[in-house]
Design a protein around this ligand. Structure first.
Ligand SMILES: [Zn+2]
Length: 285
């Protein structure tokens, strides 16, 4: 009975001065690794399924497994649709029982983003699920490995953020303040004064997408200034791939199932490391 809404998790984090990690689930290994890390570290967690990853797993078959795992977990778990754009994705996610959805209208003009976000809020809130939206645009595609840099002209405007939250009723807002999806080319620099201003005006927990390349101190500063949810995929994926590359040196009769347990372990460690940085360890109670 540990399935909870995103709103509950991020409001607690926002008030408690830590952030909850949102980890993209793309198969059984990522599900198991992420959940084991949460349970062993008594940390709340968000298990996210990105719309762009839907080709990797058959969610009609897989969504009930994720939900069941969340319900049975000893820590609070939100199950979240990441970067939803198609209306069908929202309807399906809510029917499956996801407790949260993100509508990504960040490439749309303000008016259209606000109007569509409002529609999704109405839909999701009807069944008690939470909604995250994005204002400003975090560049780089989810699952796109090519390195990128942040574009300051797409950063979130604090005044617009205030208006957007009031107009749409979103529970959490993803902001563009200097991070990018995937691998950062060079060293990212977060616009912390802008983030603080957004927090003061928007008044809802803020979300950081694209944390790869950020230092521990960057994360701490972001959390101290309103970030209560941080999305992680690239670092987890890269840790798993590094482990998988070591398989080349193993004997040919190595058991596949046994080896994959070591990949789960690697994912668990990568997730746990983020939980320590985000300050969510021990916050499950
Ligand atoms: Zn994202």
């Amino acid at each position: 009975m540990a399935l909870v809404t995103l709103k509950q998790l991020v409001n607690d984090a926002f008030q408690g001065g830590y952030a909850v990690g949102s980890f993209n689930v793309v198969n059984m290994e990522t599900l198991q690794g992420a959940l084991q890390a949460a349970e062993e570290n008594k940390s709340p967690i968000i298990l996210a399924v990105a719309e762009v990853h839907m080709g990797l797993i058959d969610l009609e078959q897989y969504a009930p497994i994720i939900l069941r795992a969340a319900e049975r977990a000893s820590v609070p778990v939100a199950v979240h649709l990441d970067h939803g754009q198609a209306f069908s994705s929202f309807v399906k996610a809510l029917r499956w029982g996801f407790t949260s959805v993100m509508f990504d209208g960040s490439t749309l003009a303000y008016e259209e983003n606000a109007a569509k976000t409002k529609e999704i809020v109405r839909l999701a809130h009807t069944v008690g699920a939470s909604v995250e939206a994005e204002l400003g645009h975090v560049t780089g595609g989810e699952g796109d490995p090519s390195p990128g840099v942040a574009d300051p002209t797409l950063f979130t405007d604090p005044g617009e953020a205030q208006q957007f939250v009031q107009e749409t009723g979103v529970d959490a807002l993803a902001v563009a303040v200097g991070s990018v999806h995937g691998i950062y080319k060079g060293t990212p620099e977060l616009d912390i004064p802008r983030l603080a201003r957004i927090r003061d005006l928007a008044g809802v927990p803020l979300v950081l997408h694209g944390g790869s390349g950020l230092s521990d101190d960057d994360f701490r500063q972001a959390i101290a200034n309103g970030i209560a949810k941080i999305n992680v995929y690239t670092d987890m994926s890269q840790a798993a791939m590094a482990k998988i590359r070591t398989a080349q040196t193993l004997p040919a009769n190595t058991d596949f199932g046994q080896f994959m347990l070591t990949v789960v372990e690697t994912i668990k460690e990568a997730v746990a490391e983020k939980m320590r940085i985000f300050g969510s360890v021990g916050k499950a109670g």
